[in-house]
Design a protein around this ligand. Structure first.
Ligand SMILES: [Zn+2]
Ligand SMILES: [Zn+2]
Length: 250
């Protein structure tokens, strides 16, 4: 029995890892290709050192394993032991659960991200990710293990926080993976979807976080940053400029 449980846990984690790694690599390659057509609209003039890109690629492969272990364990506990809330119905419950999970994770991410920017945690937890000032697609998951424990442990406990079906949480994680890679790409791909007052973040949001460091802590929406006064004062103006610059080349 214990052996069977261990096998089902390992299979679950391996399947999630395979899916996340494939999504990471496919999105990185696809966005890199898209960037070639809009080369002159690059947000930062600075180039990222190749050694740093290799570091980010290697570390992302490791970090994704840690995320898969957390997501997989959360799913396994739910599937094997029924731990967590019973999901709400498919429609419109599934849609509501998806949006609810986006808002909840964004809240989780915003506050833990602010916490690991404090002097008590920064050097030991989060500095690694910020050594890349001009992020590239491959930088998305380049974090220390302990950084993942702060920002990504949502996936371990999500079934206890929100009555979402496993497919809804997986869809959200894949959305997070794809938008995270795009958010580090160095070119504004957000387009009209992110035009203020849209609450969705564009690439400019997290690019400014890497450049200016003490602003723009959220991951899906600009809401918490606006509410708490941590949005970069030039965010909206620069976002509009970057969207226009990309649109002019398409
Ligand atoms: Zn940060
Ligand atoms: Zn980043």
């Amino acid at each position: 029995m214990a052996g069977q449980l261990l096998i089902s846990w390992a299979v679950t984690v391996a399947a999630v890892y395979g899916l996340l790694l494939a999504t990471y690599v496919a999105t990185c390659l696809a966005v890199t290709r898209l960037n070639r057509h809009i080369a002159v609209a690059k947000i930062q003039a600075r180039q990222t050192p190749p050694a740093l890109i290799r570091r980010d690629r290697r570390q992302s492969a490791l970090s994704l394993l840690a995320i898969a272990a957390m997501f997989g364990t959360g799913h396994w506990l739910y599937a094997e032991f029924g731990w967590g809330w019973k999901p709400v119905g498919r429609f419109p419950g599934g849609m509501l659960a998806f949006v609810g999970s986006l808002v909840l994770f964004d809240t989780w991410f915003y506050w833990f991200h602010r916490l690991i920017h404090t002097p008590l945690f920064y050097a030991r937890v989060h500095r690694w990710h910020h050594l890349t000032v001009t992020p590239v697609v491959w930088s998305n998951n380049s974090d220390r293990l302990i950084d993942n424990l702060f920002l990504q442990s949502y996936w371990l406990v999500a079934h206890f926080l929100i009555p979402a079906a496993p497919a809804v949480l997986l869809l959200h994680k894949l959305y997070d993976q794809v938008t995270g890679v795009i958010g580090h790409s160095g070119w504004e791909h957000g387009g009209i979807w992110c035009w203020p007052p849209s609450p969705l973040v564009g690439v400019t949001h997290h690019d400014q976080h890497h450049r200016f460091f003490r602003c723009n802590y959220a991951t899906h929406f600009t809401l918490w940053d606006r509410l708490m006064g941590t949005l970069h004062p030039e965010h909206d103006a620069e976002l509009k400029r970057n969207i226009r610059a990309t649109a002019a080349l398409r």
